[in-house]
Design a protein around this ligand. Structure first.
Ligand SMILES: Cc1cc2nc3c(=O)[nH]c(=O)nc-3n(C[C@H](O)[C@H](O)[C@H](O)COP(=O)(O)O)c2cc1C
Length: 362
């Protein structure tokens, strides 16, 4: 029987509702472009505890044009439920049309990206640049809400910079135009990924809205982090991004903790290796093995780091070009085990570093 950890249970709260949609848990997967694709969402859902899976950010115009890569981003399967697609863009017409198109495809919920700090997105007036123009942004969000019956949410940062903390004002305005929840990454755009998450800033958003759920986000890597987020912000739900790459079991642990005050350990080295093989298999089924191998390198990099695999073997994994080579290097990794700890015991925590700089191109 695996060891159980204890942490005081959070205060009981009613289930999180996105309008008519009741989420199965209050722990959500935060979108991570390049990572939160269908194979990864399937893996975390199979481990349990996920309240909602959201795609990477999807270009509204790309979707309308039927761009193959964009359509790949929104692929899903019956187990991937409830399922949200995150869209970005700064034209009300194309954003509304994209939302309608997603509703027709059976998507459960639409999320509007207002948090992305990357130049490529903000230069076109989308992502976190939307936090600079209040009226136009609220109008755009309103037009998306009115275009569809399904719930619409917004994910944003605290504001553009420390002198312009606009998230509380936006959250209030969004609630008035029918947005059913807001997710807040507790940093400004100017911060990029540096500095600490401001839980006080997230609290201001919680206090600004009347009744919609606020999803607290940023730097949640374990149960004590989540407990602090609930206690200090009063948020109703939590979304986890990088913490889920480092530990795909985190949603199960969070849900167990909420229900019982105890939770089991994250997967072992051996469990992670199996997970990695399974996820690679899902990706190969979706895209074909040839495309899956390069596409999985980024993900494999973080899996193997979190498994404490030695550098030479991680490097060999990155060099593998055929299915046989991938299998062979994974067999060698299995044979070698982790550099610290054991194959079947608990591994030391691993922290996924943040992309550097405020305008990083990740
Ligand atoms: C590599 C990477 C890609 C990201 N892609 C997106 C995205 O597509 N949409 C979005 O709203 N946020 C994106 N984010 C931000 C995360 O969803 C999240 O708000 C941020 O990483 C803080 O949460 P965390 O500490 O749990 O990772 C991304 C972050 C990273 C590190």
């Amino acid at each position: 029987m695996a060891a159980l950890f204890e942490h005081p249970q959070p205060a009981p709260r009613p289930p999180v509702r996105y309008g008519p949609l009741e989420l199965p848990s209050r722990f959500l997967l935060s979108p991570l472009a390049g990572f939160t694709n269908l194979p990864f969402r399937r893996i975390v859902r199979e481990l349990g505890g996920v309240g909602l899976g959201t795609t990477d950010l999807v270009n509204a115009r790309g979707l309308l044009a039927g761009n193959a890569k964009t359509l790949d981003l929104i692929s899903t399967c019956p187990e991937d439920t409830p399922f949200a697609v995150q869209i970005f863009g700064n034209e009300p017409d194309s954003m509304s049309a994209a939302a309608r198109c997603l509703e027709e495809r059976g998507v459960d919920s639409i999320d509007i990206n207002m948090g992305c700090p990357v130049d490529r997105i903000t230069k076109g007036g989308a992502g976190s640049a939307m936090m600079c123009s209040t009226d136009a942004t609220v109008d755009l969000v309103k037009s998306v809400v009115e275009a569809v019956e399904i719930p619409v949410t917004v994910k944003m940062r605290l504001g553009w910079d420390a002198s312009s903390i606009t998230a509380p004002e936006f959250a209030r305005a969004f609630e008035q135009v029918g947005v059913v929840a807001v997710a807040i990454h507790g940093r400004t755009r100017a911060q990029g990924f540096s500095g600490a998450v401001s839980r006080a800033g997230i609290r201001q958003v919680v206090e600004a809205v009347r009744s919609i759920p606020v999803v607290g986000n940023g730097d949640i890597r374990n149960i004590p982090d989540a407990a602090r987020m609930f206690d200090e912000t009063g948020c109703n739900a939590i979304s986890v991004g990088r913490g889920a790459l480092a530990n795909p079991w985190i949603f199960r642990q969070l849900t167990e903790w909420e229900q019982t005050g105890t939770y089991g350990p994250a997967g072992t080295f051996q469990d992670r290796l199996e997970l990695m093989r399974k996820q690679f298999g899902y990706l190969a089924t979706q895209r074909g093995t040839e495309r899956a191998i390069p596409a999985f390198r980024k993900m494999g990099h973080w899996y193997l780091k979190a498994m404490h695999v030695r550098a030479a073997l991680r490097n060999d994994f990155q060099q593998a070009k055929t299915e046989a080579q991938v299998s062979a290097v994974l067999a060698r990794i299995q044979e070698a085990g982790p550099t610290v700890g054991s194959k079947t015991g608990e591994l030391p925590d691993f922290r996924i570093p943040v992309p550097s700089g405020p305008i990083a191109h990740w």
